[in-house]
Design a protein around this ligand. Structure first.
Ligand code: SAM
Length: 246
């Protein structure tokens, strides 16, 4: 997942206001400490936390995403206090040195990364793992999208996105009550001066959870729901969960 798409991810996301999103996170993440960024992608949150003197561990399954994160940090001269780990956020055992998990102060998992988990069972494992890796009173902040995301983005189940650097055609199909398929045909322009494109195909699956189910599950697994919020600026169908470890 997110191989070639990683190459154009930052262009695709240029309309997302990461500064505002970061400000929202900082309303809860006030005191300096270690942030574990699960599904860190191209590191947009990592560099901001490092700039503000936090330590960060970024975890992502996509090698390409991590490569881009690393380059971004080097470019900003942020070379200390971080670690990037290629792992699944459902079972990431080598986050710290010597494979020992040190509990962190905060865990974030942004931009509906939890909707990439396969099903409710995987989500539960994700929550258990977060519980294990977070200090008492530490915050876990993630967002999940509801079914409305498909109405919001896809007209007649197709979404076309064209930029000078690439063209992408997204097709949505509902596979079962909660499982959705998104197939992306991605055409990346070879170079600026001609019309030669490389074509890739990527299939993503999205699992949609009932917000009430999320609340019940986290409460049964060691978390207090500190806040839930939606912010239309980040999409009508996105719900933020701010949890505190008991
Ligand atoms: C939509 S992107 C979000 C990236 C970043 N958090 C942001 O806000 O820009 C989802 C990211 O999660 C990663 N991802 C999805 N499922 C994962 C899993 N099970 N384990 C680790 N990373 C995963 C993808 O590779 C991708 O980088």
């Amino acid at each position: 997942m997110h191989k070639e798409f990683a190459e154009i991810y930052d262009i695709f996301m240029k309309y997302v206001n990461y500064d505002e999103w970061y400000k929202f996170l900082r309303m809860f993440i006030k005191n300096k400490g270690t942030v574990l960024d699960l599904g860190c992608g191209t590191g947009e949150f990592i560099w901001r936390f490092l700039r503000d003197e936090f330590s960060v561990v970024g975890v992502d399954l996509s090698e390409k995403m991590l490569e881009i994160s690393e380059k971004k940090l080097l470019k900003r001269n942020l070379v200390h206090n971080y670690k990037l780990v290629k792992e699944n956020i459902v079972h990431y055992d080598n986050v710290s040195k010597n494979n020992e998990i040190q509990q962190v102060d905060y865990i974030i998992c942004n931009f509906d990364t939890v909707n990439y988990l396969k099903n409710e069972k995987e989500f539960l494992k994700f929550i258990e793992k977060c519980n294990q890796n977070l200090k008492k009173d530490g915050y876990l902040i993630f967002d999940a999208v509801t079914e409305d995301i498909f109405e919001e983005i896809f007209e007649n189940d197709v979404f076309l996105d064209e930029e000078p650097e690439y063209t992408s055609i997204w097709r949505h199909e509902q596979l079962s009550e909660r499982k959705h398929l998104v197939e992306i045909d991605l055409f990346i322009r070879e170079n600026e001066s001609d019309n030669l494109f490389r074509k890739y195909n990527e299939v993503q699956y999205k699992f949609i959870y009932e917000p009430e189910w999320i609340v019940e599950t986290v409460q049964n697994n060691g978390f207090e729901v500190f806040d839930t919020a939606s912010n239309p600026e980040f999409g009508e169908s996105r719900i933020f969960f701010v949890l505190k470890k008991l």
